[in-house]
Design a protein around this ligand. Structure first.
Ligand code: SF4
Length: 360
Protein backbone atom coordinates (compact mmCIF):
# COMPACT_ATOMS: atom_id res chain seq x y z
CA UNK A 1 0.00 0.00 0.00
CA UNK A 2 1.33 3.43 -0.95
CA UNK A 3 -0.42 6.38 0.69
CA UNK A 4 -0.85 9.84 -0.80
CA UNK A 5 -2.79 12.93 0.14
CA UNK A 6 -3.50 16.41 -1.20
CA UNK A 7 -1.63 19.48 -0.02
CA UNK A 8 -2.87 22.19 2.27
CA UNK A 9 -0.03 24.44 3.35
CA UNK A 10 2.58 22.51 5.34
CA UNK A 11 0.22 19.80 6.50
CA UNK A 12 2.21 17.12 4.69
CA UNK A 13 5.02 17.55 7.25
CA UNK A 14 3.16 16.22 10.33
CA UNK A 15 1.61 13.45 8.24
CA UNK A 16 5.02 12.50 6.87
CA UNK A 17 6.41 12.33 10.43
CA UNK A 18 3.49 10.16 11.53
CA UNK A 19 3.75 7.73 8.62
CA UNK A 20 7.55 7.53 8.76
CA UNK A 21 7.42 6.55 12.42
CA UNK A 22 5.00 3.79 11.52
CA UNK A 23 7.21 2.65 8.60
CA UNK A 24 4.46 3.28 6.10
CA UNK A 25 4.98 4.04 2.43
CA UNK A 26 3.87 7.67 2.03
CA UNK A 27 4.30 9.64 -1.17
CA UNK A 28 4.02 13.41 -1.27
CA UNK A 29 2.83 14.93 -4.55
CA UNK A 30 4.70 18.01 -5.80
CA UNK A 31 3.66 21.22 -4.02
CA UNK A 32 0.58 22.70 -5.72
CA UNK A 33 1.66 24.39 -8.92
CA UNK A 34 0.31 25.41 -12.32
CA UNK A 35 0.25 21.81 -13.56
CA UNK A 36 -1.70 20.69 -10.49
CA UNK A 37 -4.26 23.39 -11.14
CA UNK A 38 -4.48 22.59 -14.86
CA UNK A 39 -5.08 18.90 -14.13
CA UNK A 40 -7.72 19.75 -11.54
CA UNK A 41 -9.51 22.20 -13.83
CA UNK A 42 -9.41 19.83 -16.80
CA UNK A 43 -11.00 16.90 -14.97
CA UNK A 44 -13.36 18.65 -12.53
CA UNK A 45 -17.07 19.04 -13.21
CA UNK A 46 -17.97 22.59 -14.11
CA UNK A 47 -18.76 24.88 -11.19
CA UNK A 48 -16.60 23.14 -8.63
CA UNK A 49 -14.72 25.27 -6.12
CA UNK A 50 -10.95 25.65 -6.13
CA UNK A 51 -10.45 23.30 -3.16
CA UNK A 52 -11.99 20.51 -5.25
CA UNK A 53 -9.90 21.34 -8.32
CA UNK A 54 -6.56 21.71 -6.58
CA UNK A 55 -6.98 18.65 -4.37
CA UNK A 56 -8.02 16.63 -7.42
CA UNK A 57 -4.83 17.80 -9.17
CA UNK A 58 -2.80 16.74 -6.10
CA UNK A 59 -4.51 13.34 -6.01
CA UNK A 60 -3.80 12.73 -9.69
CA UNK A 61 -0.14 13.68 -9.14
CA UNK A 62 0.04 11.36 -6.13
CA UNK A 63 -1.51 8.54 -8.19
CA UNK A 64 1.09 9.20 -10.92
CA UNK A 65 3.73 8.55 -8.25
CA UNK A 66 2.14 5.20 -7.49
CA UNK A 67 -0.14 6.05 -4.57
CA UNK A 68 -3.01 3.57 -4.38
CA UNK A 69 -4.55 4.76 -1.12
CA UNK A 70 -5.42 8.43 -1.04
CA UNK A 71 -6.51 10.41 1.97
CA UNK A 72 -9.05 13.13 1.57
CA UNK A 73 -10.78 15.28 4.18
CA UNK A 74 -14.52 14.85 4.41
CA UNK A 75 -17.24 15.76 6.80
CA UNK A 76 -20.94 15.70 7.45
CA UNK A 77 -21.25 19.49 7.33
CA UNK A 78 -23.57 21.48 5.11
CA UNK A 79 -21.04 22.20 2.37
CA UNK A 80 -20.61 19.81 -0.56
CA UNK A 81 -17.12 18.85 0.66
CA UNK A 82 -18.70 15.70 2.06
CA UNK A 83 -19.21 14.40 -1.51
CA UNK A 84 -15.81 15.34 -2.87
CA UNK A 85 -13.96 12.14 -2.06
CA UNK A 86 -16.49 9.92 -3.86
CA UNK A 87 -16.57 12.17 -6.94
CA UNK A 88 -12.78 12.44 -7.07
CA UNK A 89 -12.41 8.69 -6.70
CA UNK A 90 -14.73 8.16 -9.66
CA UNK A 91 -12.71 10.68 -11.73
CA UNK A 92 -9.47 8.87 -10.85
CA UNK A 93 -10.99 5.54 -11.89
CA UNK A 94 -12.20 7.06 -15.17
CA UNK A 95 -8.62 8.23 -15.77
CA UNK A 96 -7.37 4.68 -15.25
CA UNK A 97 -5.92 4.95 -11.74
CA UNK A 98 -6.80 2.05 -9.50
CA UNK A 99 -6.74 4.09 -6.32
CA UNK A 100 -9.02 4.08 -3.31
CA UNK A 101 -9.86 7.29 -1.49
CA UNK A 102 -10.18 7.09 2.28
CA UNK A 103 -12.17 9.85 3.94
CA UNK A 104 -10.54 11.55 6.87
CA UNK A 105 -13.87 12.54 8.40
CA UNK A 106 -13.47 13.86 11.90
CA UNK A 107 -17.00 15.25 12.21
CA UNK A 108 -18.44 12.22 13.94
CA UNK A 109 -15.78 10.21 15.75
CA UNK A 110 -13.21 12.98 16.16
CA UNK A 111 -9.86 11.77 17.49
CA UNK A 112 -10.95 8.13 17.76
CA UNK A 113 -12.13 8.05 14.14
CA UNK A 114 -8.80 9.39 12.95
CA UNK A 115 -6.79 6.98 15.09
CA UNK A 116 -8.82 4.05 13.79
CA UNK A 117 -8.02 5.05 10.20
CA UNK A 118 -4.32 5.25 11.06
CA UNK A 119 -4.52 1.82 12.71
CA UNK A 120 -6.10 0.37 9.60
CA UNK A 121 -3.58 2.02 7.27
CA UNK A 122 -0.64 0.89 9.37
CA UNK A 123 -1.76 -2.72 9.09
CA UNK A 124 -2.81 -2.88 12.69
CA UNK A 125 0.29 -1.38 14.28
CA UNK A 126 0.14 -1.47 18.09
CA UNK A 127 -1.30 1.58 19.85
CA UNK A 128 2.02 1.89 21.68
CA UNK A 129 3.53 2.89 18.30
CA UNK A 130 0.59 4.80 16.85
CA UNK A 131 0.03 7.21 19.76
CA UNK A 132 3.67 8.44 20.01
CA UNK A 133 3.86 8.78 16.20
CA UNK A 134 0.65 10.78 16.22
CA UNK A 135 1.90 13.00 19.05
CA UNK A 136 5.16 13.68 17.21
CA UNK A 137 3.21 14.72 14.10
CA UNK A 138 1.15 17.10 16.25
CA UNK A 139 4.32 18.55 17.79
CA UNK A 140 5.60 19.38 14.30
CA UNK A 141 2.29 20.97 13.37
CA UNK A 142 2.36 23.15 16.50
CA UNK A 143 5.99 24.17 15.90
CA UNK A 144 5.28 25.21 12.30
CA UNK A 145 2.31 27.34 13.29
CA UNK A 146 4.21 29.02 16.14
CA UNK A 147 6.96 30.01 13.72
CA UNK A 148 4.45 31.19 11.12
CA UNK A 149 2.77 33.48 13.66
CA UNK A 150 6.14 35.10 14.34
CA UNK A 151 6.76 35.43 10.59
CA UNK A 152 3.46 37.29 10.17
CA UNK A 153 4.62 39.87 12.72
CA UNK A 154 8.08 40.36 11.21
CA UNK A 155 7.16 40.61 7.50
CA UNK A 156 5.72 44.17 7.57
CA UNK A 157 8.51 45.71 9.66
CA UNK A 158 11.66 43.90 8.54
CA UNK A 159 14.54 46.10 7.40
CA UNK A 160 15.46 43.86 4.47
CA UNK A 161 12.36 42.71 2.64
CA UNK A 162 12.11 38.96 2.23
CA UNK A 163 14.12 38.06 5.37
CA UNK A 164 11.16 36.57 7.26
CA UNK A 165 10.07 34.55 4.22
CA UNK A 166 13.59 33.20 3.77
CA UNK A 167 13.81 32.19 7.43
CA UNK A 168 10.36 30.61 7.27
CA UNK A 169 11.33 28.51 4.24
CA UNK A 170 14.44 27.31 6.14
CA UNK A 171 12.39 26.62 9.27
CA UNK A 172 9.90 24.51 7.30
CA UNK A 173 12.75 22.41 5.92
CA UNK A 174 14.43 22.05 9.31
CA UNK A 175 11.13 21.10 10.98
CA UNK A 176 10.56 18.47 8.32
CA UNK A 177 14.04 17.04 8.90
CA UNK A 178 13.87 17.01 12.72
CA UNK A 179 13.45 13.40 13.73
CA UNK A 180 13.19 13.68 17.49
CA UNK A 181 11.71 16.05 20.07
CA UNK A 182 15.09 17.57 21.00
CA UNK A 183 15.86 18.50 17.42
CA UNK A 184 12.36 19.86 16.91
CA UNK A 185 12.61 22.01 20.01
CA UNK A 186 16.01 23.33 18.92
CA UNK A 187 14.66 24.21 15.46
CA UNK A 188 11.72 26.05 16.96
CA UNK A 189 13.81 28.03 19.47
CA UNK A 190 16.49 28.78 16.90
CA UNK A 191 14.12 30.17 14.25
CA UNK A 192 11.99 32.12 16.71
CA UNK A 193 15.21 33.67 17.98
CA UNK A 194 16.43 34.46 14.45
CA UNK A 195 13.09 36.10 13.66
CA UNK A 196 13.36 38.09 16.85
CA UNK A 197 16.83 39.28 15.83
CA UNK A 198 15.77 40.50 12.38
CA UNK A 199 16.49 44.22 12.00
CA UNK A 200 13.16 46.00 12.17
CA UNK A 201 11.97 49.49 11.55
CA UNK A 202 10.76 50.33 15.06
CA UNK A 203 9.08 53.55 13.91
CA UNK A 204 6.62 51.81 11.64
CA UNK A 205 3.14 51.10 12.91
CA UNK A 206 1.92 48.68 10.27
CA UNK A 207 -1.65 48.52 9.10
CA UNK A 208 -3.35 45.46 10.54
CA UNK A 209 -5.47 43.39 8.17
CA UNK A 210 -7.41 40.30 9.18
CA UNK A 211 -7.63 37.47 6.68
CA UNK A 212 -10.95 35.68 6.91
CA UNK A 213 -12.90 33.27 4.76
CA UNK A 214 -12.94 29.69 3.63
CA UNK A 215 -10.67 27.17 5.36
CA UNK A 216 -8.73 25.80 2.40
CA UNK A 217 -8.02 29.06 0.59
CA UNK A 218 -6.83 30.58 3.86
CA UNK A 219 -4.36 27.78 4.46
CA UNK A 220 -3.12 26.84 0.98
CA UNK A 221 -0.90 29.70 -0.24
CA UNK A 222 -0.96 28.55 -3.87
CA UNK A 223 -4.74 28.97 -3.97
CA UNK A 224 -4.55 32.57 -2.72
CA UNK A 225 -1.43 33.51 -4.72
CA UNK A 226 0.61 33.95 -1.54
CA UNK A 227 -1.52 36.83 -0.38
CA UNK A 228 0.08 37.00 3.07
CA UNK A 229 3.55 37.43 1.58
CA UNK A 230 2.24 40.09 -0.79
CA UNK A 231 0.63 42.01 2.05
CA UNK A 232 3.88 41.76 4.00
CA UNK A 233 5.70 43.38 1.07
CA UNK A 234 3.18 46.22 1.25
CA UNK A 235 3.99 46.69 4.93
CA UNK A 236 0.77 45.15 6.26
CA UNK A 237 0.59 42.93 9.33
CA UNK A 238 -1.68 39.98 8.69
CA UNK A 239 -3.83 38.49 11.45
CA UNK A 240 -5.43 35.13 10.85
CA UNK A 241 -7.26 33.24 13.56
CA UNK A 242 -7.37 30.01 11.59
CA UNK A 243 -4.35 27.75 11.95
CA UNK A 244 -4.35 24.01 11.39
CA UNK A 245 -2.87 23.37 14.84
CA UNK A 246 -5.69 25.34 16.51
CA UNK A 247 -8.30 23.62 14.39
CA UNK A 248 -6.83 20.22 15.31
CA UNK A 249 -6.72 21.07 19.02
CA UNK A 250 -10.38 22.01 19.09
CA UNK A 251 -11.81 19.56 16.55
CA UNK A 252 -10.06 16.49 17.88
CA UNK A 253 -9.71 17.20 21.58
CA UNK A 254 -11.78 20.10 22.93
CA UNK A 255 -15.00 20.06 20.87
CA UNK A 256 -15.89 16.56 22.15
CA UNK A 257 -15.55 17.97 25.70
CA UNK A 258 -18.05 20.70 24.88
CA UNK A 259 -15.55 23.53 24.32
CA UNK A 260 -16.39 25.28 21.06
CA UNK A 261 -13.90 27.92 19.96
CA UNK A 262 -16.41 29.24 17.43
CA UNK A 263 -19.11 30.15 19.96
CA UNK A 264 -17.81 33.70 20.25
CA UNK A 265 -17.85 34.18 16.48
CA UNK A 266 -21.32 32.71 16.11
CA UNK A 267 -22.66 34.93 18.87
CA UNK A 268 -21.14 37.99 17.21
CA UNK A 269 -22.72 37.02 13.87
CA UNK A 270 -26.20 36.34 15.34
CA UNK A 271 -27.80 39.74 14.60
CA UNK A 272 -27.10 39.13 10.91
CA UNK A 273 -26.99 35.38 10.46
CA UNK A 274 -28.70 32.96 12.78
CA UNK A 275 -27.46 29.58 11.63
CA UNK A 276 -24.64 27.59 10.16
CA UNK A 277 -24.63 27.87 6.37
CA UNK A 278 -21.73 25.49 5.80
CA UNK A 279 -18.02 26.02 5.29
CA UNK A 280 -16.87 29.09 7.20
CA UNK A 281 -19.70 31.42 6.13
CA UNK A 282 -21.05 31.95 9.65
CA UNK A 283 -17.57 32.51 11.05
CA UNK A 284 -16.69 35.03 8.30
CA UNK A 285 -19.61 37.25 9.34
CA UNK A 286 -18.69 36.82 13.02
CA UNK A 287 -15.06 37.76 12.34
CA UNK A 288 -16.15 41.01 10.74
CA UNK A 289 -18.30 41.94 13.72
CA UNK A 290 -15.75 40.85 16.30
CA UNK A 291 -12.65 42.43 14.80
CA UNK A 292 -14.10 45.66 13.41
CA UNK A 293 -12.47 47.73 16.13
CA UNK A 294 -9.17 45.84 16.26
CA UNK A 295 -8.12 45.78 12.61
CA UNK A 296 -7.75 48.43 9.93
CA UNK A 297 -9.38 46.23 7.32
CA UNK A 298 -10.37 42.70 6.39
CA UNK A 299 -9.62 40.58 3.38
CA UNK A 300 -12.25 37.97 2.75
CA UNK A 301 -11.02 35.02 0.71
CA UNK A 302 -13.87 33.20 -0.97
CA UNK A 303 -13.58 30.40 -3.52
CA UNK A 304 -15.59 31.17 -6.64
CA UNK A 305 -18.95 29.24 -6.50
CA UNK A 306 -18.62 28.64 -2.75
CA UNK A 307 -22.17 29.10 -1.46
CA UNK A 308 -21.30 29.71 2.23
CA UNK A 309 -18.83 32.49 1.44
CA UNK A 310 -21.11 34.06 -1.19
CA UNK A 311 -23.81 34.34 1.49
CA UNK A 312 -21.29 35.84 3.93
CA UNK A 313 -20.04 38.26 1.27
CA UNK A 314 -23.56 39.54 0.72
CA UNK A 315 -24.33 39.93 4.41
CA UNK A 316 -21.16 41.80 5.35
CA UNK A 317 -21.99 45.18 3.74
CA UNK A 318 -25.22 45.37 5.76
CA UNK A 319 -23.61 45.01 9.20
CA UNK A 320 -23.29 48.19 11.23
CA UNK A 321 -19.64 47.51 12.10
CA UNK A 322 -17.62 49.93 10.05
CA UNK A 323 -14.50 48.29 8.64
CA UNK A 324 -13.52 47.98 4.99
CA UNK A 325 -13.73 44.47 3.57
CA UNK A 326 -12.11 43.39 0.33
CA UNK A 327 -13.49 40.10 -0.98
CA UNK A 328 -11.21 38.18 -3.30
CA UNK A 329 -12.73 35.32 -5.25
CA UNK A 330 -10.20 32.55 -5.66
CA UNK A 331 -10.22 30.30 -8.69
CA UNK A 332 -8.06 29.52 -11.71
CA UNK A 333 -8.95 32.92 -13.22
CA UNK A 334 -7.36 34.84 -10.35
CA UNK A 335 -4.15 36.40 -11.65
CA UNK A 336 -1.33 37.96 -9.66
CA UNK A 337 -1.19 41.36 -11.40
CA UNK A 338 -4.93 41.92 -10.94
CA UNK A 339 -4.79 40.84 -7.31
CA UNK A 340 -1.80 43.08 -6.55
CA UNK A 341 -3.55 46.11 -8.04
CA UNK A 342 -6.55 45.47 -5.81
CA UNK A 343 -4.35 44.97 -2.74
CA UNK A 344 -2.45 48.20 -3.41
CA UNK A 345 -5.69 50.15 -3.80
CA UNK A 346 -7.07 48.60 -0.61
CA UNK A 347 -3.92 49.44 1.35
CA UNK A 348 -4.10 53.05 0.05
CA UNK A 349 -7.67 53.28 1.29
CA UNK A 350 -6.72 51.92 4.72
CA UNK A 351 -3.81 54.35 5.03
CA UNK A 352 -6.08 57.21 4.12
CA UNK A 353 -8.62 56.14 6.76
CA UNK A 354 -5.91 55.85 9.39
CA UNK A 355 -4.57 59.32 8.59
CA UNK A 356 -8.09 60.73 8.68
CA UNK A 357 -8.65 59.16 12.13
CA UNK A 358 -5.45 60.70 13.48
CA UNK A 359 -6.34 64.20 12.25
CA UNK A 360 -9.92 64.17 13.63
S1 SF4 B 1 -16.82 25.62 1.89
FE1 SF4 B 1 -17.00 26.35 -0.20
S2 SF4 B 1 -14.97 26.23 -1.08
FE2 SF4 B 1 -14.96 25.01 0.78
S3 SF4 B 1 -15.34 22.98 0.04
FE3 SF4 B 1 -17.34 23.89 0.62
S4 SF4 B 1 -18.13 24.78 -1.29
FE4 SF4 B 1 -15.95 24.36 -1.60
Amino acid sequence: MRIGMPHMGNLYIPFKALFQRLNMDFVIPPPSNQRTLSLGVRYSPEGMCIPFKLTLGNLIEAAELGADTLLMPAGSGICRLGYYAKTQEQILHDLGYDAEILCLGVSQRKLFGLLEIIKRLSNNAPWSKIIPAFRFGLAKLNALDRIERAVQKVRPVEGIKGTANRLFAQAIKATDQADNYDMLKRVQIDYLEQLNQVTKDEEVQPLVVGIIGEFYVLLEPFSNLDIEKELGKLGVEVRRTLFTSEWTKFSLFLNPLGVNEKDKLHKAALPYLKRDIGGEGWESVGEKVLHAKEYDGLIHLAPFTCMPEIVAQNIMPSTKENIPVLTILCDEQLGKPGMLTRLEAFVDLLEHRRRAKVTT
